[in-house]
Structure formats: C-alpha cells, structure tokens
Write a protein that binds this ligand. Structure first.
Ligand SMILES: Cc1ncc(COP(=O)(O)O)c(C=O)c1O
Length: 391
C-alpha cells in the first residue's frame, strides 16, 4: 500500500479526530524513524513522550516478545507474574504502597479521582467532600470526567453534561487554591508539575510548596498527574522528587509501557486501603505483555540514564536560549517547550521537512525525545531546529 492509498483509507475509514502530518512512518531504531520512502528522521517527539527508549529497543522487544509468545492476556480474575513484579518495582522505586493498572493516562487519572472521592466518602460518610481542585491550563485526559478535570475552557464545550465536582484554580496564585479549599467541600488537589499540553509550563517551587501546605492543613489529598512528566522524562524517575514532597496519589502512563498501552495509579499510605474489591477494574489493566515491557523499561531508568536526561536537557536549553527566533525555553530534563517568533505549527512542519520530528503544545514547540537519544543525534536535530526557527 502506498502513501496515497493509506491517506485515502484513513480519510474514508478512520474517525476524523486527528490532524495528521503528511508522512507515513514504518519503522525505527532508537531515535531514528524511517518513513515509507526510506527517508530517516530524528525523533524529538517519541510518540508524545511514550517511546522512552526509542523505537524497537532490543531489550524491551525481547521482554515483550518473550511474554507475548507465552501468554498475551489473562483477566484480572487470576494472578500473573509481570503485573505483580511491576507493581513491586514501582512501589520499591517510589515509596508508594499500592498500584492500580489501567491502559492510558486518562484511566490512571480516573482511578486517582475515584480513589480521592472514595477516601473522602469513607471519611465523611457521604459525598460532601467530593470536589477536586485542578489548575487552570491543565490537561488530564479525554474522558468526560478527565475533560471536566482539565482546566481549559476549550475542552468544556460540545460534550456536556460533564462530571460535576471539579473547580479550577490559577497555577500562579496559591491564594485561589486556598479560597477553594476553604469552601470545605474538597477532597483533593490535582496538579501537573509541568503543564505539558498546556505549553510545557513548570509550576514554581514556591507555588507548589504553598499548595502542599494548604492541602495538608485542610486535610486534602495531593494527586500529581505524571502521565507526561513521569518515568524519567524530567531527569528524575518522577517529577515530584524535584519538588521536595510526597504526593498521596500519582497517575502515570505514556513512557511507563515503553510503547504499549499502560497506565498506573500509585497510591500512598493514606489511600492504600481505600479501594476494595469491586470498587474499580479494567479488562486489560495489568496486561502481562505491557507489564513485561514496562519492567524492562523501569529497571533501566537508573541514575546514569537520569543524569544523561538532565545533561541533554541542559544542552537543549543552552543551544536554543538566545538563538534567532527563540523567545523563551521552558521545561525540565527532556521535556522542553520553545516559544518561537514563528508559529509553532509552522516550525514543526518545516522541521519535519528537514528530517526532525517535533511536537507542539499550545503556542510552543515541544520536545520530548527518547531518553536514550544520542548526543550526536540531539546536536544534529537541534542545529536543524535552530535553522528552521530562525528562518
Ligand atoms: C498530563 C497528562 N495527563 C493525562 C493525559 C491523557 O493521557 P492518555 O492520552 O494516555 O489518556 C495526558 C496526555 O497527553 C497528559 O499529558
């Protein structure tokens, strides 16, 4: 099938929800992806922060294929080894107590929200404390509930009625969080420490400190959405480690599965017993193939890799700050946002034409490359990007 056929079939049969770039990708190796005409690209997008070890990483492929050829799926009515091994690994690496597995970021957030509400229900005996505070400009997913959680008006039309019980506070002014907490009906505050889809906007340490203080004083849970920031992306296993506090709940997905669908909701001490039998579930959650792949990823997100993530992130910042056409560079580790004079969409299109895959987030160019991208690949891609941004 050639590109014209694929595009025609996509137009005819695939729901028209995506604006796709004019390229068909067929294979890859690490941070190098090849299109249907054999042209090679340097990947600074990693399938939106998913392929943390790049394409067709041999260790991950071996783990996945070994498991898929033994048992590809079994329901959660029975035990499987990869699921429990991954849960243990996640808990040991983080200090969390229990894990619920789903298949995506939105599902991880659904579980986080359900856990917080159930915690409050158990405590107060009713739904009087079911409200969750989230931040303006946040993004938490595409289900009806996680859209309601998302703090962007653009996502609050067309699909109503939305799930009730979400209020949105400014990501700059902790007093707004305090005022909402003072209403007395909130069970949790939910944060992305770097607002990813919102334009790679990190929260400040002072703001986060204040929000954590308010949550603790008002006996609210702290949920951190690490769907995008997690699994080594920002230079630590999870971004909250760099903000000096321990959340009660962390949701994560994207990079965790290394390219297969997998989401996880990590539950701390205060909520480890909140969900009981029948309170939540997922047919595919904890799928043995996804979990086997994830173990092979998590085991290799070690100090050396994380040091490399921080170093490469600093390199990108140094190379782009002050470059022609660059207004600002934000982010942490290998999660970088670039505000450019040219519209971000134009930059992404031009970069693709020159063999570099980049993403956009709001008005910014967004870079979330595989964590294992080589220095040489990164230098080459950044040079091309600089050229394109400066045009
Ligand atoms: C912070 C954050 N939360 C949740 C989601 C939703 O994840 P998914 O698309 O896997 O449902 C995303 C996706 O971009 C995200 O960046």
């Amino acid at each position: 099938m050639d590109k014209t056929d694929i595009k025609a079939l996509d137009r005819e049969y695939v729901a028209n929800t995506y604006g796709r770039a004019d390229v068909v990708f067929v294979e890859g190796k690490g941070a190098e992806i090849t299109d249907d005409e054999g042209r090679k690209y340097i990947d600074l997008g990693a399938g939106i922060a998913v392929n943390v070890f790049g394409a067709a990483d041999p260790v991950w492929v071996a783990a996945v294929t070994a498991q898929v050829s033994k048992l590809q799926h079994m329901s959660n009515l029975y035990y499987t080894e990869p699921c429990v091994k991954l849960a243990k690994l996640l808990c040991e690496r983080t200090g969390f107590k229990k894990v619920f597995f789903g298949n995506s970021g939105a599902e991880a957030n659904e579980c986080a929200i359900k856990t917080a509400r159930k915690w409050a229900f158990d405590k107060y005996g009713d739904e009087s404390h079911s409200t969750v505070i989230t931040l303006k400009n946040s993004f938490h997913g595409r289900t009806v509930t996680t859209l309601a959680a998302t703090g962007q008006d653009a996502f609050h039309t067309k699909f109503g009625p939305f799930t009730k019980g979400f209020v949105h506070a400014s990501a700059q002014d902790a007093e707004e969080v305090r005022a909402l907490a003072d209403r007395g009906d909130c069970c949790a505050v939910m944060l992305e420490l770097i607002q990813g889809e919102g334009g790679v906007v990190p929260l400040t340490r002072e703001y986060v400190d204040e929000v954590v203080k308010i949550a603790r004083e008002r006996d609210m849970l702290i949920i951190v959405d690490e769907v995008q920031t997690g699994n080594g992306r920002t230079g630590t296993l999870y971004a909250y480690e760099q903000f000096g506090f321990m959340p009660d709940i962390v949701s994560t997905a994207k990079g965790l599965g290394g390219g297969l669908p997998l989401g996880a909701c990590l539950m701390g001490e205060r909520v480890e017993h909140t969900l009981g039998r029948g309170d939540h579930g997922s047919t595919f959650g904890g799928n043995p193939v996804s979990c086997a792949g994830a173990i092979s990823i998590l085991e290799r997100i070690d100090d050396k890799l994380l040091e490399g993530v921080r170093r490469k992130g600093e390199y990108i910042k140094r190379a782009l700050e002050g470059a022609k056409g660059v207004k600002s560079v934000t982010g942490m580790g290998l999660m970088v946002g670039i505000l450019t004079d040219r519209p971000a969409g134009e930059v992404a299109k031009a970069a693709l034409e020159k063999g570099v895959i980049v993403l956009t987030a709001h008005e910014k160019v967004r870079l979330v490359p595989p964590l294992t991208i080589t220095d040489e690949q990164l230098e080459k891609a950044v040079e091309i990007l600089k050229e394109v941004i400066g045009e």
